[in-house]
Structures are given as C-alpha cells and as structure tokens.
Design a protein around this ligand. Sequence first.
Ligand code: BGC
Length: 929
Amino acid sequence: MCNVAADKNVECESENTMGKFEELSRKTAAEGAVLLFNKNHVLPLKQDEKISIFGRNQIEYYRSGTGSGGAVKVSYSTNLYDGLKNSGVVLVNDKLTDIYKEYIKEHPFDNGGGGWAAEPWFQKDLPLTKELVNEAALFSDKAIYCIGRTAGEDKDNLLEEGSFLLTKTEEQNLLLITNAFKETVVLLNTNNFIDMSFIDDLKDAGKVSAIIYAWAGGMEGGNAIADVLTGKVSPSGKLPDTIAEYKDYPSQNHGGEDFNIYEEDIYVGYRYFETFAPKKVKYEFGFGLSYTEFAISTGEAVVSENEIRIPVCVTNVGSYSGKEVVELYVSAPQGKLGKPAKELVTFAKTNELKPLEKQELTLCVKKDSLASYDDSGVTGFPYSYVLEAGKYDFYVGNSVRNTVLVEGFDLKETVCVKKLSQALAPRVAFNRLKPGKINDNNVYEKALEATPLNEVDLEKRILENIPEEIPYTGKKGIFLKDVKENRNTMDEFVAQLSDEDLSIIVRGEGMGHPDVTPGTASAFGSVSDNLKDLGIPLACAADGPSGVRMENGKTAVQLPIGTLLAATWNVPLVEELYTYEGKEIASNDVDTLLGPGMNIHRNPLNGRNFEYYSEDPLLTGLMGAAASTGIRNGGAFATVKHFAVNSQEKRRSFVNAILSERALREIYLKGFEIAVASGSVCSLMTSYNPVNGFYAASNYDLTTTILRNEWGYEGIVMTDWWAKMNDVVSGGEGVIQKTRDMVRAQNDLYMVVNNYGAEINNNQDDTLTSLKEGRLTRSELQRSAKNILGFVMNTKSFERVGLKKTVIPQALGVSLMEGRKVSAVIENINGSTYIDVEMEKDCYIEAKEDVVVTFIARMMSPDSNMVQNTAQIVVDNEPLMNIQTQGTQGAFINQKLIRVELKKGIHSIRPEVIKPHLIIERVELKVNK
Ligand code: BGC
C-alpha cells in the first residue's frame, strides 16, 4: 500500500550515516565486478607486486553515465590509480601514470562543449610507443589496461570506434602492451558492454591474461575495483546479459527511425542464444569467475501442489574467501506456445564463505510463475497464463550453461493459472520467432508464426470503465489533512475541486522549481494558490537513479550504475544500499527519486542500458523491487521508469515499439510487474516512445488495463519530461498538448510545464477544453486527482505544508566600477523594469530604496524541446537563481524565477552558462506590492 514511508530518525541519522552509505556503495561496486577470464591466477595482485597501469581512464575513471541518470554532483570521487596506490598492496608505476597525467593536461577531458547529450562516449587515449611500453615493462611484469566508455540518454551507442568498438589507438596500445608484458589485465570501466572481439582474440592468443568488467561503480568505483584487484574482495559478480558478437544478437533491427518490430519476440538475450544459437555465445548469461572455486551440490526436488523446493549446498573448495551465486533455470515443455530452452526462475547468493566453509540454501519456485502467456488461444486458453502439459526440468548452476539437471515434475494436462483479457496487442501484422524442430545437438531451428493482432474495441473498453463522477460541492472547508487523519474521505475532498483546479493538478512544474529543493526535476501537487489553500503540499521529484541530482551545487552520494547492481545478483545488498539512498533523498526534502530504471536490455547499443539492469525480467524485477523497497525503508519513494519498452534512445520520442502481447507480458512488462507486486512502488514514470501505436503517456491498456486493473497498482503515474501523447483510441501523431488522452489513459501527471506555468496553462494543453467539449469527463480527472493526492498525502511534503516559509534572498549591493553604467532604476511601486542582459556579462541596476522584486527571465535555446538546458542568474556575484528548462527551438519564452530583496543601492546582474545553449536576453524585475 502506498501509505507513509518513514524512517522517523532520518534527520538525526543522515549526517553520520553518510560514511556507511559510501562504504556500502564501495562494497556493492566491488560485488558487481565480473571477472570473465583469469589465466594462471594473474589476479588477485599480490602483496608488493609491481604493476603498470595504462589508459587515461585510470585517472578519469567513469563513475556513471551522462544525462539525468548520471548527473549527480559528488563531494569526491575515486579512480583506479588512487585506489590501487592507497590499497597499500601493490607498487604502482608512478612514472607511467605521471605521463598520463601530463597527457591529460595537454588533452583535457572533452565534454563535447557541455551541452545536452554532447559528451563523446570515449576520451582519446594516449597513443603508446614501443619505447614507452618497453620501459614500463622493465618496472613490472604485469600491466593493467583500463578502457573507458560512458553512455547516456538521448543518444545510442554506435557500431563505431570509440562507441561499441575499440578505437584504433586502443587496439594499437593493447598490441604493444600485450607484446611487452608477461601478463596483461584488461579492465573495462564501461557503462555498457563493448565489443569484445579484439580483446578475445588476444586472449585466445595467450596475450591477455585477465578480463574484468568493472562497469561504472559510482563515486567509490575506484576504491571498489582496487579491492577486487588486490584480493580484498573476491569477485562474485555475474553477467546480467549475454555477451556475443554484435551481429549475432537477435534484435538486429534496433535503431529504426520510426518503428522497430520485435520479431525475436520473447527470445531476448540468453532466451534466444540458448534456444537457437548456443555456439554464438562468448560469455554466457549468469557467468562470472571468482578467485576461489565452489562445489554446488543439489538434493532432490520436493514438488508440492503449488511449489518446487530444491535444496542446494555450496562449498568453498578453493583457497580464497568468496561468495557464489546459485541460479535456477526451468526448461518448460515446448507445448503449443514454444518456450526458450531455459529461463531463470530464481537465484540466491551465498554469504562470504571461507575456504572449506559451506552453506545450505533452498531454491523455491511457485509453479504458477513458470506459466507462459497465450496471446492467441492456441492452448485453448486465450489471453491467459498457462502451464502447458509436459515435463518441467530444472537446472541448477552458476551460469545459464554451467548447470546440473534436477528432475522437476510432469504435468499431465495444460492448466490455466490466470485468465486475463487481451491488452495492448499489436495492430501491425508481422511474423515472430518461434522454436521449430530440435536437432541432435539440442538446438532449435528457427520458425516463424503470425503474431496475434489486436481484437479489442478500445473505445468501448474505455467508455465502459469511466468512473462515476463525484458531484462538485465547491469549497467546504475540508483540507487534505482531514483526509489524512480520517475526518473526511478523499471523495469529499476532491468534490471541492473545480474543473479548473482539476486541470491544474494534473500538471507538474519544473525543472529547478524555486519552491522545492533547488536544482531538482519537478514540483507537483499544489501548483496553484487555490490548491495550496486546500492544504495540498508541493512535492518534489529529483533524478535518479544513481543518486540525488541537484543542479544547485549540492552534493550527494553517487551509486554504481544499474547494470553493475544487477551484476551483484545480491538483492538484499541492493535493498540495503537504497535504504541509505532513501535517507539521503528524504534529508534533502525530496519526496521521490526518478528511478530505478527498469527497461530490458534488448540490444547492447541502447544508450541507456547502463541505467537499466539486465536482459532478464526476473533479475530486473527483483533489483527494481529492492531499490524501491530500500528507498521506502529510508523514508522516501522511488519512481520506477520508463514504463515501458524504452529499448532505444535514438528518436526516443518517435520510435514505435511493435511487439506481441506475449513479449510484452513475459519480457518487457514483467520486471515492472514484479516490482509492483512487492508493494513498494507508489510512483511510476511512463516512457517517451509509443508502444504498439500508442504513446506510453496516453496508453490506456498499459496504464489502466494492465497496470492498475490487473496488477492492482494504486500509485501515481507521471509522464517523462515533456513527453508526447497521441489519441488514446486512434493513436496517430504525438504532441505535448494532449493531456486529455493522458488523463483518459490514467497517466495522472504531465511532467513538466514551466515553473508557475500550471495555473496559467502555459503549455496550452487540451484538458479544460476537452472537458468543456465533452471529450473528457470530470470523473476521469477526479480519478487522476485522487491518485496524485493519495501520493502526495503520504510523502513528507505533507509535513512541510505551512512549515516552509519562503526565504527571500537579500542582495546587498555592489560598488559601481568606473566606466560602468546603471541600466535601470527601481522604486518600490507596482510595475516592471526590464533590463537587457548579455550572457556572462554584468549589468547594473539601482534600487532607490529597499525593494522586493520577482525576477522573470526572457530566454531562448536553439535546442529541441526534449533537451535539458541549465543557466543561472548571478546577483551581486552570488548565484541566486538556477534555471533549468527544455530547449525552446529558437523561440523566446518568459520564465518566472524567484523573489529577491534588493537593498537600496547598486546591484549587478549576470546570466551565466551552466550547460551551453540557453541564452537569457532580458530580465524583468517585477514589483508586486
Ligand atoms: C529522462 C528521465 C528523467 C527526466 C528528468 C528525461 O530526459 O528520460 O529519465 O527523469 O528527464 O530529468
């Protein structure tokens, strides 16, 4: 249930728990490192062993990706070089690293100009010479080559050098290093997977001795990977995705301009490779080495009516301490639907086991969770989850490949475990993949079948489910507090809201709203005076997911990326980490973190995979649930995103995901379903893209039929920032004004309109006009209002109502330098004074007496309206106002900022660039007495 999340001691604890938070972040980052290869135990590095580190990323070590999912300001960060130096274990070749430091001075970090999605995915590395490498090889026998890649939203990876592929320089460097050194460790400080071909060729030629995916481990990433390299922590990460050559992934049509057809259907990642192309796998799903060895023994499965229990014993039979992951896969009968050769059904991670120590675990699976969705009726149970007749075998192991068979059960006849109705099925005909004949090597041939198409009369479904209207009463003196304290019902409260109030409450404002924690993504709830008067709080949402993003200079802890978290396969650890995250969110007066990201890794080129967990929905779901539960435990809320099927960043607000209802339910929605079922999710963000023709922000079957009616979700649904909607019944072109369709689909909240723009409908959305024209009912708006109010009422923003006095910053004045002119004079009388300004230049005004003015900036950005821009206004050399807004496509707009008291005297005003492109050309100072 979505009621109060609260750790009562947040405030007093937050200060001194932060050390523990960082410690836990380091522990998690170390646990997510995946060791793929370790010839002759080249790792761990030994006490006093000498080591030469190559690659600029040893210093410019990536802690996360770019964009909203990575933009956390940190108080410090760690890198590979310092981590190893400070470990006290190894002797690092400082002379070599000094060369890199010099190189970085001469070739500083290229942020692509600092604009939105502008940072290149790699930094040009120092081209090595034979002499330099040979000299380093005189210092040590072992080398580490650190290769880095960032990634981020609004831009996919490309099959190009410096993106998915190594650069020529990196290849040359690797050749030189591996020729000169006895042993080379390749360390991948990458946000997403990269192409492994070149590295693997060297490995196969005996030249590369170890490969480790360190990912981007947050601000403690450098220390964490040093812990792993030096053996303080034995690696226990396992791959959350299959690694193969790019050409062998089934989703080859990734990257479409307007649509992608998901022909591979449910056969994503290992579901595809293990069924159709096992030989194409380089490193299998669930795989990862340790410094030690484990023996996994299994007992007989205990099969009861509803579940299967498999006892497992894990013994550490090697000579290091370490943890092991035990993975359980099912092999279900092919039946009529067709099934992947193996599917992950549960997993468990052991405690840290000392050599010879053992741990007994029981893997338990509910039979119903093994069911498949019949989207055609071929089993006799249309639109239902069914267990088809036949043998269900189980495989226990430490990867999808390295398993032993445990006999399960034989089902005599097909049973329906859950009857549903068709929802969100495609409207475009296409064939989908299905296993055909099985050959002698247990590999299935590829067959195709027609994908079942939509048969639902969506309009009828919507109209039949219109809720009953709560008769309008006008203001009755009921405050939201009365609902919270059970003196009145929510219906009685909502009855007081006029049509206009209702149309306003479904608008969120942002970014960088002056009335909530500065530099955050949005304020929502009481976005008008009338709503405020009813005691509705103003809630605050901040990005997410890798820490609290506050573009106001305030720091926060930055956590490892989602893919690393998934690679830990340690659900309790992720929950614990996010409990601290929850405390940090709450202690910053933020109510919900915009994360975790829970989309499926369909294709390795999706620029945003790093924020997401895995190609597998179970791993994704359990990780998302853990993060969300943790945040709740810490006293705040998570907003799981991006619902759904956001598999591509290129043209992310155009590209239609066309896929079967089965693939949706079993793969792309399943993770969200698991998180929602945990009971911890009360806020959810829809994605930018259309799914089967309907934008996610106006997709009735997605956010009403499935999310709420089937899964019983009771929380709030918000759009992504400046998302588009299309017609909820007929689809068509997407525009940002169609809030009528958004509300109809029960996507409650539009994110975002300009600050203070909700009351005046600055986005010119069509809610109120649709209501007047009868194309939307008041009851639908009331339904969304109830969702929003139910959410904000349970956040801590409710405790802040009335408490937060607006503090008006004072500008004390400056002295006018010679030759500088005062552009305008202000007196304490109603009216506006306009000042033309230039970016990065001071202009001067004179206050004839003390006066309180509201700043309004007239500004423009040539960027598209999906781009986040940031600037600030500096008054008397103090950065007083942070402006975050979308690109305006060249049009000038006015944005209301904050109120400032100008003391009598001269004041300087200077607009400053934070992220390039936003231009402020005029400032209005409005006196409102
Ligand atoms: C991203 C969201 C993010 C929002 C606010 C969008 O560009 O897709 O994930 O939460 O911006 O920063």
